[in-house]
Design a protein around this ligand. Structure first.
Ligand code: SF4
Length: 700
């Protein structure tokens, strides 16, 4: 039998997952009625340079699954039934209006995500403030970048993930990677670090686990979780004591160093070492290597940032950069390695409680007037600052929020204290969820609106370097699924804002975003779709002729006096110290095969095959102490709840610490036990350390 010749359709695509935003070519091959897909990395990609990790190579699988939601679904008697878009929009607007007429505008909350495109993030912020007229909007990036963002803004006057492009990394002589597991979270950037090592760089990794990234290191500081500030302060103390600081730079370009020096003089290196769980000799070696290097980088990520003192932790690491003068020059800088695909852009355009587009402040009168003009409203009608992501859940639980609109996020799995969060969402009078799948959060909704995937959605993303790239749409959304921006425009128009939401394409929205960002910290005005069709552009880019800004702070910092600020040395206590009934420290993180709450990667058969369930890493001595065998189910308990998880005994973790990944929901959700106490500055929850206990699930 002669089979019909295979037909090929080649789609350029961009990975929907992490902040590297690797591009690829996805080939769809049709043989009779079967379709086969193959992802090939794009060799011309200036960032990934022809690399894809396992997640990117299999990303199309979740798009093609028959689990996609393809029409609006309304919950009737506890079961979802398909309805038309007309009915869905009418129902949503009626419910919002009814709730707001009784409880006020702020009774409706909006919750976004760091994987939305820049256009969607911008439009969601405008939707909340102009169409819903609520002050209550925040997003899951609160759990990702808020500590580094607030620290960068305070220290430098500007927050951009990396102060330099990745291409400068191979030229650095010393690199500190604090609380970042790039080998599993952003694998395609690892070759930049390998190349630096080949060129002679000394690499220091700070992590309570011997991760795949720690294996790259010349020096691994395996400190206690939650003690990063002690490590940073100890290194800084040695830098100062041993004369490794850059006096000229400190004098010309910073303020606050004298007071910090006085403080550090009072601290004892051996006491700092004992608290941190790292030896004084190792801390001295780290300081010597970083201090002696002529070039160098300090990178932080969630291990340092996801704490109730995450803001202060990051400031301590920025102190190192400033004291050594290693910033604003080739192969010298600081970077917060963003986690989510658009973690950078997602926080610049106004879906955060305290921000307006262009990184403007919602409490600054000049900023408010500028954005109100762009949006065609009176400044007095622009809501003020709302509360952070987890606090929205608290408001729901307390009955202060009656309805919520959630787009591109799965807060039931990704928030701390997940049992409480689920209870809070169930208390709402009305919940709308926009998603591709029946996620753990979507299941709780009164109405679900089907959205499009990365292959179907045009828009811009801003990668971890601050490089804006264009993602093109290569296929139509399935069934009646729509683009997020179309959904927002339809609801806003039905709520009486037809002119403010009369957009006809993602590019149309981007052009308004450009204007809204003009003159702000994150200035995109000079970036156009036409330019992005050729290559990515680094912000700030204030004019169309401007080349973009791959390296920041060449001549001055962004504060009005042009100087960067040191921060006082802090030695925080653990928020939840080990106690007799909860003697172990739990820390959480990502693994290579999954992404965030797993909504997409758990629906990718090849990824799910590689990591079917979460595994709890336990040191062999700890396992003996608690009677835990390898590969056995156990119960993990904290003061807030419990979860069931399988053990993985490994000597790559500290004896006092256990580790679990956070990509699973329901009873396997590790966030059922994590601690929701918030950082007073940035409102980041204490994800990375809480006290717990473990016991075998079945007593023998
Ligand atoms: Fe690249 Fe990140 Fe996607 Fe992996 S997950 S392919 S590193 S963008």
């Amino acid at each position: 039998v002669q089979l019909e010749k295979a037909k090929e359709n080649i789609m350029p695509a961009q990975c929907p997952y992490c902040s590297v935003q690797c591009s690829m070519e996805l080939t769809e091959e049709r043989i009779v009625t079967r379709k086969r897909y193959k992802a090939k990395p794009n060799k011309q990609d200036p960032v990934s340079q022809g690399r894809l990790c396992i997640k990117g190579a299999n990303a199309h699988q979740h798009v093609m699954t028959d689990e996609r939601i393809t029409s609006p679904l309304l919950k009737i008697d506890g079961e979802f039934s398909p309805i038309s878009w007309e009915l869905a929009i009418e129902y949503i607007t009626e419910q919002f209006k009814a709730i707001q007429s009784v409880y006020g505008n702020d009774a409706v909350g909006v919750y976004g995500g760091g994987s939305l495109t820049n256009e969607e993030a911008y439009l969601l912020g405008k939707f909340a403030r102009v169409a819903i007229k609520t002050k209550h909007i925040d997003y899951n990036g609160r759990f990702c970048m808020s500590a580094a963002a607030s620290a960068g803004n305070a220290a430098f006057g500007i927050d951009r993930g990396l102060t330099n492009s990745l291409s400068e990394i191979p030229d650095a002589e010393c690199i500190i990677l604090a609380g970042t597991n790039i080998a599993e979270c952003q694998p395609t950037i690892v070759p930049y670090f390998r190349q630096a090592k080949k060129n002679g760089a000394f690499i220091i990794v700070i992590d309570p686990r011997e991760t795949a990234t720690a294996k790259l290191a010349d020096l691994h500081l395996q400190g206690k979780p939650g003690m990063d500030a002690y490590i940073a302060n100890a290194i800084l103390k040695v830098l100062i004591d041993e004369g490794y600081t850059d006096h000229h730079f400190i004098q010309q370009q910073t303020t606050g160093f004298a007071a910090l020096t006085e403080q550090l003089k009072q601290l004892d290196l051996h006491e700092l070492a004992a608290c941190s769980g790292v030896s004084a000799e190792q801390l001295q070696l780290a300081a010597k290597k970083y201090g002696e290097a002529k070039t160098g980088f300090v990178f932080t990520a969630r291990g340092v940032e996801q704490h109730a003192n995450g803001y202060e932790n990051v400031r301590q690491f920025i102190n190192l950069v400033l004291a050594s003068g290693k910033i604003g020059k080739h192969a010298c800088g600081y970077g917060a390695i963003t986690g989510q695909g658009n973690g950078q852009g997602g926080r610049e355009h106004g879906q955060k409680a305290d921000q307006l587009p262009g990184y403007r402040s919602i409490e600054n009168e000049e900023h408010r007037n500028y954005i109100a003009r762009i949006w065609g409203i009176d400044e007095a009608d622009l809501p003020r600052k709302g509360v952070s992501a987890y606090e929205l859940m608290e408001k729901a639980e307390q009955g202060e929020l009656s309805a919520m609109f959630i787009m591109g996020s799965n807060p039931v799995v990704s928030n701390p204290n997940a049992v409480f969060v689920e209870k809070a969402l169930k208390k709402l009078k009305f919940l709308v969820v926009v998603d591709m799948f029946l996620s753990e959060t979507a299941r709780l909704a009164d109405i679900i609106l089907p959205s499009s995937s990365y292959l179907e959605d045009e828009g811009t993303m801003t990668n971890l370097e601050g490089r804006v790239v264009l993602r093109k749409a290569e296929r139509k959304p399935p069934g009646e699924a729509k683009h997020d921006w179309e959904i927002l425009c339809s609801i806003a128009q039905a709520l009486g804002k037809p002119e403010a939401f009369a957009f006809s394409s993602a590019e149309d929205i981007f052009n308004e975003l450009r204007l809204a960002s003009r003159g702000g910290i994150a200035d995109y005005y000079g970036i156009t779709y036409d330019r992005l069709k050729e290559e990515g552009v680094f912000w700030p880019c204030p004019e169309p002729q401007h080349p973009g800004t791959p390296r920041l702070f060449g001549s001055s910092f962004a504060h009005p006096d042009g100087k960067a600020l040191f921060y006082p040395a802090q030695q925080p206590e653990l928020n939840e110290a080990p106690a007799s009934d909860y003697p172990l420290l739990l820390t959480t993180g990502r693994i290579m095969d999954h992404y965030l709450s797993g909504t997409q990667t758990r629906r990718s058969p090849d990824l799910q095959k590689r990591a079917k369930e979460p595994l709890l890493e336990i040191h062999p001595d700890t396992a003996v102490e608690f009677g835990i065998e390898d590969n056995a189910l156990l119960q993990l308990r904290s003061r807030r709840g419990s979860t069931v998880i399988r053990s993985k005994i490994t000597d790559t973790i500290r004896r006092d610490t256990i580790f679990a990944p956070f990509h699973w929901g329901d009873l396997q959700s590790i966030n059922r036990v994590t601690n929701p106490v918030l950082d007073p500055v940035c409102r980041m929850p204490e994800f990375k350390v809480c006290s717990v206990t473990i016991s075998p699930l079945i007593d023998k």
